[in-house]
Write a protein that binds this ligand. Structure first.
Ligand SMILES: C[S@@+](CC[C@H](N)C(=O)[O-])C[C@H]1O[C@@H](n2cnc3c(N)ncnc32)[C@H](O)[C@@H]1O
Length: 329
């Protein structure tokens, strides 16, 4: 395609290109062409090119546009990215295959494409996957500057909670004692330790704890993070009256572990309690359960109530930030 270009000897190419960038006239939609010791630098506005440069019309190729799966499919497919894995949520296996093909043909750089093959299930909160492209279900995910290695076939992880995790991490101060009761591969625990807290992180899933230890190393916080494989009820017994902050990210059944949380809480402790409830009363059941477990030993103050995301029709994933202050005897 013929477009206006500045013609310069190749030896002056970089200096000229930079000067044209500085006046904002380089046409980034076309490639610079080299021809017999001469460069043709495409420009967007001939009139704005400084007078010392020679302007010519020259044939230069258009830059290839990034191709998205939507360009190839004609509509926007729904997918999620975790490291180099693309995750689909398609009921129709044919449609899942078509999207997987489009992902691989597009400029989305994926190594593996999987489709959800079951709900999140069991105590370990892991789901089954149908692997459509590639083989490797282990990936390195980056979140707010931290790196998390994990295998989606054996541990829980949701990239959708990144903003929520960051909100909690920002409240943590150096010197705190934080107990992460359901830690997974460490997306709360690692940044807590990086904020200067002493962190104890428990999980029932041995593979998750193995990744958690690796992730602590990888992010340079293993000296402040103790990862423990086991039932948090047992782990809690070793840390009674210790925590200034507790994270309970096991929606659906966190209430069953409130006695442990209260036992681990120190005199003044904030609990981040995750729950899934009907939209009619998303926070009430959590607050009542916490009061039942902590009062009258503690004064209970709900500091913040937050809808994290929609979970299902008429159901919300919510978080209550609750302060427990021990009452004098
Ligand atoms: C919803 S995941 C949350 C993981 C992590 N906090 C995150 O944000 O990715 C809940 C985790 O709790 C763990 N878990 C379930 N029951 C447990 C128990 N009784 N004691 C310790 N961990 C448990 C599961 O293995 C799972 O890794």
């Amino acid at each position: 395609m013929t477009v206006p270009c500045v013609r310069v000897p190749a030896s002056a190419g970089e200096e000229t290109r930079q000067a044209l960038v500085d006046v904002g006239v380089v046409d980034h939609g076309h490639d610079i062409v080299a021809d017999d010791g001469v460069l043709y630098i495409p420009v967007t506005d001939s009139a704005a090119v400084p007078a010392e440069y020679e302007l010519v019309d020259h044939d230069v190729p258009s830059r290839r546009q990034q191709r998205t799966p939507a360009d190839l499919l004609g509509s926007e497919p729904s997918y999620e990215r975790l490291g180099d894995i693309v995750i689909l949520d398609e009921d129709d296996p044919e449609r899942a295959r078509t999207i997987a093909d489009a992902v691989m043909e597009s400029d989305v750089r994926a190594e593996t494409v999987v489709n959800r093959a079951s709900k999140i299930q069991g105590e370990l909160r892991v789901r089954d996957w149908e692997v459509l492209v590639g083989q490797n279900t282990e990936t390195l995910h980056r979140e707010y500057g931290y790196e998390f290695l994990l295998d989606i076939s054996s541990v829980y992880f949701s990239p959708r909670l990144a903003t929520e995790r960051h909100r909690v991490v920002e409240q943590v101060e150096a010197g705190e004692h934080v107990f992460d009761m359901f830690a997974g591969v460490g997306p709360f625990a690692v940044p807590f330790a990086d904020a200067g807290a002493d962190v104890v992180a428990a999980d029932l899933n041995e593979v998750a704890v193995e990744y958690l230890r690796q992730n602590a190393e990888r992010n340079g916080v293993s000296d402040r993070l103790t990862a423990i494989h086991g039932d948090v009820t047992e782990v809690g017994r070793e840390h009674e009256n210790w925590a200034t902050r507790i994270v309970m990210n096991l929606p659906h059944s966190a209430d069953e572990f409130l006695d442990t949380a209260v036992a681990v809480a120190g005199d003044d402790c904030v609990i981040h309690y995750y729950d899934i409830q009907h939209e009619d009363d998303p926070f009430g059941p959590g607050e009542r359960a916490i009061r039942a477990a902590a009062e009258p030993e503690y004064e209970v103050t709900v500091v913040n109530e937050r809808v994290v995301r929609s979970y299902a029709p008429h159901e919300y994933n919510v978080c209550l930030d609750v302060r427990l202050s021990r009452r004098p005897e």
